[in-house]
Design a protein around this ligand. Structure first.
Ligand SMILES: *Cc1c(COP(=O)(O)O)cnc(C)c1O
Length: 398
């Protein structure tokens, strides 16, 4: 642009806004921070407003499209819609069911506490009946059919007890009664399970966790058929719970290494679980890869590439003070209430992921004060075992 006859005020606004003449393709996607696009041709602008190109980032945006393409491919899905967080993704799927007063919803009775409170709130508001069930129980499919819900949410590996429902059997029960099945696959990530291939209608991820892998962006995704996702995409445009471009870019950067990271996380978790199971200081170790785990046989069938990156355990005789002392005694692992990082993250379940559940709900789910959850990182797993066991010993010392 010739800036000669323009005032500095104008130049400040317009100069340097367009790369003219370059046909170079960046190896790493550019970050498109612009919320609005403009076109030389009004026909193109008109078409963009109909969804043919990027014109306003609440409608569609370059970095979210690229991320959605990546996640859909990893999930084996036709399409993906991204959200500002995993909770926004769960809420969007719930809303898309258009539930009426008296309809029934089934969700895990032993799953993520925040999802439990979200669904309780949404169901109460809509006059919908909520039925929390332990979906890994052998009687769960039968009970599900008897309830005839409109909508079922499952977790691939439950948070924090690591139970593994047989999604194939649940999907069959859902089809029998015409219920839509959504699966929160955050714990195994699409590396460890592709819920759609097991019969789910929606595969949900808190991409904040393993997909991102580095704890630097909140994001959520819903994958499924184009038909299932069309109403979610239209609603996102109205509700505006979109993912920002920088978060989309960071998440996509993280997921490029998902398979190599997850292979290592899963192997390290298996090692940590095996070694912890030998400790006399622990009451019980929860890991679907241990032959003692009640759903080991199911996990073999429904999980891929190992048994997941998460391990949990009960410290013998511990209450909340011992649990807190254990967290403070850790030297390598961090007492961070999240998962999916390269660093091992450890959490006292009752006060963190299950904090939003009532004491009665926690008791019914079997989440006690001695329960610790571990997201196993990329450190040498034997270093982590030593750190955990030394901290357990500190925690229970009188
Ligand atoms: C963290 C988490 C969520 C919520 O995701 P956010 O990205 O924190 O909103 C949902 N489900 C599971 C299993 C989670 O671990």
């Amino acid at each position: 642009m010739s800036a000669k006859r323009l005032s500095q005020k104008t130049v400040a606004v317009h100069a340097g806004s367009r790369l003219v003449g370059s046909t170079s393709q960046p190896l790493v996607p550019a970050i498109h921070m612009s919320t609005v696009g403009w076109f030389d041709s009004s026909d193109e602008l008109d078409g963009a407003l109909d969804g043919k190109d990027y014109v306003y980032s609440r409608i569609s945006a370059q970095n979210t499209s690229l991320l959605e393409e990546s996640v859909a491919a990893l999930e084996g899905a036709e399409a993906c819609v991204s959200y500002a967080s995993g909770m926004a993704a769960l809420r969007a799927v719930f809303d898309a069911q258009n539930l009426k007063p008296g309809d029934r919803v089934v969700m895990p009775g032993d799953g993520y506490g925040v999802t439990r409170l979200l669904f309780k709130t949404l169901c109460a508001r809509a006059g919908v009946e909520l039925h929390p069930l332990v979906l890994s129980d052998s009687q769960a499919p039968e009970r599900l059919v008897a309830l005839a819900p409109k909508f079922v949410l499952a977790e691939s590996i439950t948070n924090p007890l690591l139970s593994v429902p047989d999604l194939r059997v649940l999907a069959k029960a859902c089809r029998q009664v015409g219920a839509a099945l959504a699966v929160d696959g955050t714990f195994p990530s699409p590396y460890g399970q592709r819920a759609l291939s097991l019969g789910a209608d929606y595969a949900i991820q808190s991409a904040t966790k393993w997909l991102n892998g580095h704890s630097d962006a909140l994001a959520g995704t819903v994958s499924g058929s184009r038909e299932r996702l069309a109403p979610l995409r239209s609603m996102r445009l109205l509700a505006g719970d979109v993912l920002g471009p920088f978060e989309a870019w960071l998440t996509q950067r993280g997921l490029r290494t998902l398979p190599v990271r997850m292979k290592a996380h899963n192997e390290h978790a298996a090692h940590v679980a095996r070694r912890l199971a030998e400790s006399p200081l622990l009451e019980r170790v929860y890991y679907p890869g241990l032959s003692s785990h009640p759903h080991h046989a199911v996990a073999r069938e429904v999980l891929e590439g190992g048994f997941g990156p998460m391990v949990a355990f009960d410290i013998k005789g511990a209450g909340r003070p011992e649990g807190y002392r254990f967290l403070e005694a850790l030297k390598l692992a961090r007492p961070g209430p999240s998962l999916g990082d390269v660093c091992t993250l450890v959490m006292h379940a009752a006060s963190a992921s299950a904090r939003r559940m009532t004491p009665e709900e926690r008791a019914a789910a079997g989440i006690g004060e001695s329960l610790i959850r571990v997201s196993v990182g990329l450190e040498d797993p034997e270093d982590i075992v030593e750190d955990l066991l030394a901290a357990v010993a500190q925690g229970v010392k009188r």
